[in-house]
Write a protein that binds this ligand. Structure first.
Ligand code: GCU
Length: 410
């Protein structure tokens, strides 16, 4: 009996790995194909650009390439919005913070998004802060029983608190704003763009995004910008000192949000992997064709043509990070997250250097990938945490240390 149980326990991890990671996944550095990255500084006409041309023209060109070939274009149309303070407690967390729950209602349809905010007490206002989407509902980010339940359940309260570290953030004097990603676009495998924010932007007769229009990542990124819009109206918050952060698919989202919306003062990608921080052309770990069946809707449909054709993409992810320049950017990986290709995440951050150089901002250009738990902080931060795919207290400690250097005026 003991033997059988032992055998099952041994088999279980193998089964889980196989279930998640397709048989054609490459984890062999020797099998990474030779690749040439597109040069962020060579424009579509083939000319090398300097700082002024980057700002005036090439930056927009690179953003358009990402719109057309990866994430799809976000509509520029502005929806009317109305904010309603649903609930406020100036003495949350035993007096350490103010909690606000704000509903944002968009358009004539009154599409609703619920923003949960914690603002530290006893520090000089307005404060800097972080904004990020959560996976499971606002009530999962902290034990606070006053957080309004969304579509979630009571039993999930606090379930993802380790990923948010609300108390640590308050103790360091940073605000936190979060929204459930499903409120912006439901993240499910049957996503047909009918029940999230997309329909509010459809032309007459349109029922789904066109091939170069936004998928879910585009919609989620749009949502992050809308939270920032709200933060601009809150006089306890300094919206010019807000970092956008995300883990995994929401790390892909944070990068795309920060690339498009330059009001975000800092961008943090935690274990975002393929379609996020990792270089597509390394074809290591997760690849485009692995994502298409389960989660192709995250991207624009035009992205699908690059499955098995990564080398044909007009961009790679170092260029996404270049769009964040000259603002501070942080990329973090984990040793146990091969699927997200930690080395590819580091290299993309490193190769963003050419654009950071234009602004004379120190970057990772001349540095090698550090060992585990050896963070490097230049204008671009990077660390490889020991452990699995997750967002942990260790990650937050690094982000807070990094953010203090750039976002805190006190
Ligand atoms: C899957 C997916 C990744 C994604 C991750 C997540 O593992 O393949 O691309 O980053 O889910 O968001 O949790």
């Amino acid at each position: 009996m003991l033997r059988i149980r032992h055998l099952l326990l041994c088999l279980l991890p193998v089964f889980v790995v196989v279930a998640k990671e397709p048989a054609d996944t490459n984890y062999d550095e020797a099998k990474v194909p030779a690749y040439e990255l597109p040069d962020a500084l060579i424009d579509l006409a083939g000319n090398e650009v300097g700082r002024d041309e980057w700002v005036a023209m090439r930056r927009g060109e690179v953003q358009r390439l990402f719109e057309e070939s990866v994430y799809g274009k976000t509509p520029s149309q502005k929806l009317s919005v109305r904010y309603e303070l649903i609930e406020r407690d100036p003495l949350a967390l035993g007096g350490r913070a103010t909690r606000k729950q704000v509903a944002a209602f968009f358009g004539e349809d009154e599409y609703r998004i619920d923003i949960l905010l914690y603002i530290p007490n006893g520090v000089k206002k307005p404060v800097a802060g972080f904004v990020g989407l959560n996976f499971g509902g606002n009530h999962t980010v902290y034990s606070d029983s006053e957080i309004i339940l969304g579509r979630g359940q009571e039993k999930d309260r606090n379930a993802k608190a380790s990923r948010w570290q609300v108390e640590m953030l308050m103790d360091h004097g940073f605000a936190l704003a979060t929204v459930h990603r499903d409120q912006i676009d439901p993240d499910n495998y049957r996503n047909d763009f009918s029940d999230g924010i997309h329909p509010l932007f459809y032309q007459e007769g349109q029922t789904k995004p066109k091939p170069t229009e936004w998928g879910s990542i585009g919609a989620w990124a749009w949502g992050l910008s809308r939270v920032l819009d709200y933060m601009q109206t809150d006089d306890q918050i300094d919206a010019s000192r807000i970092a956008v952060i995300g883990h995994s698919r929401l790390g892909k989202t944070a990068l795309w949000a920060g690339a498009q919306d330059t009001r975000f003062a800092m961008v943090i990608s935690n274990n975002s992997g393929c379609g996020g921080a990792a270089l597509y052309r390394r074809c290591y770990g997760e690849r485009i064709h692995h994502m298409l069946k389960p989660v192709g809707y995250w991207f624009c449909t035009n992205h699908h043509q690059y499955q098995h054709q990564e080398q044909e993409l007009p961009v790679d992810q170092h260029m996404l990070m270049s769009l964040v320049a000259p603002r501070p950017l942080y990329v973090a990986s984990a040793t146990g997250d091969r699927w997200a290709d930690p080395k590819g995440e580091f290299l993309a951050a490193k190769y963003a250097a050419s654009v950071y150089d234009l602004f004379e901002k120190p970057s990772l250009g001349k540095l090698e990938m550090p060992d585990a738990n050896q963070p490097i902080h230049t204008t671009i931060g990077y660390h490889l945490r020991e452990g699995k795919h997750d967002l942990t207290a260790y990650d937050w400690e690094q982000y807070l240390r990094f953010a203090k250097g750039f976002l805190k005026s006190e």
